[in-house]
Design a protein around this ligand. Structure first.
Ligand code: KMH
Ligand code: ZN
Length: 274
């Protein structure tokens, strides 16, 4: 089976130090968390950034500082800035994370509107999605198609029909926010994407390691990290993102799946190194 790409979503926009003191806010903390994940086997860092007080920002200046600091300690890692940002940000704000040097190799593209719990709605209209896809295509940024349910896969395929996505496509299936997090859900998503596409499974909260294990067996890739889950096991906070990655590496070893280096991940994902 193909080597396993592990993506670490080290920071997110919503989780706080009150929930887990290891959640990074400062540039130093973000670099520390990226290194902890990379040292354990993460080849992709999914990146949000914060101001020092923890408030989320998509500002390119802050992203540039974070990316520079990460490359110093993880020179060959694939950095994947979020273009989702935080609920309520404008499209222009969200896209600012891609205005860095070098231009990102990879970035998220959220393929629909999502109920985030309570009154929170993460809005992605068709025009937003098409516009983000067009800009990423122009800049040569590989989109990770974030799909929180099957309808979002269909939207991604509609964007593809317009010629706004270069092949092979790469999907990230996020389970446990809008769709439930079962093997059946994941299998339905995997069955719904074009042949030759690659995909990552991402389980939110207590589903993180179930979805990781199922994805490893099914030949997909895995995302873990504080953005999605703060616990190493029930009642035990993870001390670092590295601990979460380490657990995936252990599961992969038991299941016989070797781990991809960043350059091997580029090859699998058809990403051009900057
Ligand atoms: N923070 C969420 C509103 C992404 O990174 O592209 C959006 C999100 C998805 O995290
Ligand atoms: Zn994110």
């Amino acid at each position: 089976m193909e080597k396993l790409i592990i993506a670490a979503a080290i920071c997110g926009a919503e989780v706080t130090k009150e929930q887990n003191p290891a959640v990074p806010y400062t540039i130093e903390e973000i670099a520390r968390e990226a290194k902890s994940a990379y040292d354990q086997g993460a080849s992709v860092i999914h990146l949000h950034v914060r101001e020092d007080d923890g408030s989320p920002t998509q500002g390119s200046k802050r992203f540039q500082e974070a990316v520079d600091a990460i490359y110093k300690v993880c020179p060959d890692v694939i950095i994947q800035p979020s273009t989702g940002g935080a609920v309520g940000m404008t499209d222009l704000e969200r896209l600012d994370s891609t205005n860095i040097v070098p231009t990102p190799e990879f970035a998220t593209l959220d393929c629909g509107t999502v109920n985030f719990g309570g009154d929170e709605i993460f809005i992605n209209t068709d025009n937003t999605i098409m516009n983000f896809a067009r800009i990423m295509q122009e800049k040569g940024i590989k989109p990770e198609l974030e799909c929180f349910d099957k309808g979002m896969i269909d939207i991604a395929l509609k964007v593809d029909k317009k010629g706004l996505l270069d092949h092979p496509l790469h999907f990230d299936f996020v389970l446990g926010v809008q769709m439930s997090a079962t093997a059946r859900d994941l299998a339905f998503c995997v069955d719904s994407i074009p042949p030759g596409s690659t995909w990552t499974g991402c389980g939110i909260g207590r589903y993180e390691f179930d979805i990781a294990a199922i994805s490893i067996v099914m030949g997909g890739h895995v995302r873990v990290g504080f953005e999605d889950n703060l616990f190493l096991e029930k009642g035990v906070l993870a001390k670092s993102n590295g601990e979460l990655v380490e657990k995936v590496v252990k599961i992969a070893k038991i299941l016989g799946r070797p781990i991809a280096t960043p350059d091997e991940a580029r090859e699998i994902l058809s990403i051009k190194k900057r």
